[in-house]
Design a protein around this ligand. Structure first.
Ligand code: ADP
Ligand code: MG
Length: 360
């Protein structure tokens, strides 16, 4: 029987509506699957001590990357990091990677060498092994699919569904940098230099571009939060806080309040926002591909999070609090005004690309 929305176009459904339909068709997960569709990685029991984590990510030329703003090496590096980030969000230790590739025949073998230089560099850096994949010709653009496995100690994984009312909302690192970096690269590609060439501008430009091209997977942070049982829920910020926070709240059946002035924003992002005459909060809420972790902490563990964060040199910032579901998801400004945080970050099928991180 067709469902009432079976004739809906993908533009009407959006990426997340489509995933919800797939989830309904797939049915409930059965033992030994502890988490199936709906989290950053699937969780499968291996034995009474260990859990296997599995995740996969597709990267398409023109949607996830643009060869005019990223080198092949950068594309390969970031493809691995975006996968590692999903394992980090589950609190796991990443293990093995497989790479499926579809390449237009016009592409040179040297360019695929560069792609593999990037893939291998990221694998070495994070101590994961590339153990296989698949290769095909592609009619037009480059297509990349990276899959990853990770391991986790029994019951020590982080899921999206564990946040409780009253928990504190935290993020790692700083938000919005990747989107600023992408905008700078796009302006450069159109040869509209955003730079004023003094030393401080150069430093900010270099920082932001690097944050876009070489994001960091917060593997150590995720492991600490899971092994010390500090977080009740977590996910990684791949699409942008304004959208990803909805996934955490939906899975946990709660609402949330974000305090705008608490959002961790780098000096580079503030500098770019001033040049762009934009409120930097806008970049922090909407920008995708920062690959920071969003997680929730019970109030009685706040002191331990601060202490262990400092001990390990991890940047953890409390940005708000989990509220009842009926509260919705809201942002509060310093002057006391507040507004509903609509999921305005990237969603496939809803936006016409040029590029995933781009909100303009
Ligand atoms: P992330 O941004 O963390 O990579 P996604 O938004 O891509 O997560 O996916 C959300 C959930 O939906 C994940 O659990 C993922 O495994 C699942 N999912 C996405 N696409 C499909 C698909 N085509 N078939 C089955 N499950 C899917
Ligand atoms: Mg994720």
């Amino acid at each position: 029987m067709p469902t009432p929305t079976s004739r809906a176009t993908l533009t009407q459904l959006g990426e997340f509506g489509l995933i919800e339909r797939m989830k309904r068709r797939t049915g409930r997960s059965r033992t030994p699957v502890l988490r199936g569709i709906g989290d950053d990685a699937a969780v499968i029991r291996l034995n009474h001590r260990q859990l296997l984590l599995l995740s996969t990510d597709v990267l398409i030329e023109g949607i996830h990357f643009d060869p005019s703003t990223s080198s092949m090496e950068d594309i390969g590096y970031k493809a691995v990091v975006s996968n590692l980030s999903d394992i980090a969000a589950m609190g796991g230790t990443p293990q093995y990677i497989m790479v499926a590739l579809a390449v237009p025949p016009s592409q040179t073998s040297a360019s695929i060498d560069r792609l593999y230089d990037g893939l291998v560099r990221a694998c070495r850096h994070y101590k994961v092994q590339l153990v296989g994949g698949d290769t095909s010709a592609s009619p037009r653009s480059l297509f990349l699919c990276v899959s990853i496995t990770g391991l986790c100690r029994d019951r020590r994984f982080l899921a999206r569904g564990g946040a409780r009312i009253g928990d504190l909302l935290y993020v790692t690192g700083t938000l919005g940098d990747s989107l600023c970096g992408l905008r700078i690269l796009q302006q450069r590609a159109r040869s509209q230099s955003a730079s004023r060439s003094n030393a401080s501008s150069k430093r900010h430009l270099g920082f932001l571009v690097n944050r876009h091209l070489h994001p960091v997977a917060r593997v150590g942070e995720g492991l600490l939060l899971a092994s010390q049982r500090l977080a009740t829920a977590a996910l990684d910020l791949s699409d942008g806080l304004s959208g990803d926070i909805h996934h955490l709240c939906q899975e946990s059946r709660v609402g949330a309040e974000v305090e705008a002035e608490k959002l961790p924003i780098s000096p580079g992002c503030r500098w770019y926002a001033t040049l762009d005459r934009t409120d930097p909060t806008h970049f922090a809420l909407l920008g995708g591909e920062d690959y920071e972790l969003l997680f929730t902490v019970p109030p009685d563990k706040q002191e331990k999070v601060t202490r262990l964060g400092q001990k390990h040199g991890f940047r953890f910032t409390c940005i708000g609090r989990i509220r009842p579901r009926r509260f919705g998801i809201r942002v509060k400004a310093l002057n006391g005004s507040s507004w509903h945080l609509a999921p305005a970050s990237y969603q496939h099928f809803r936006q016409t690309p040029p590029l995933k991180g781009n909100i303009r």
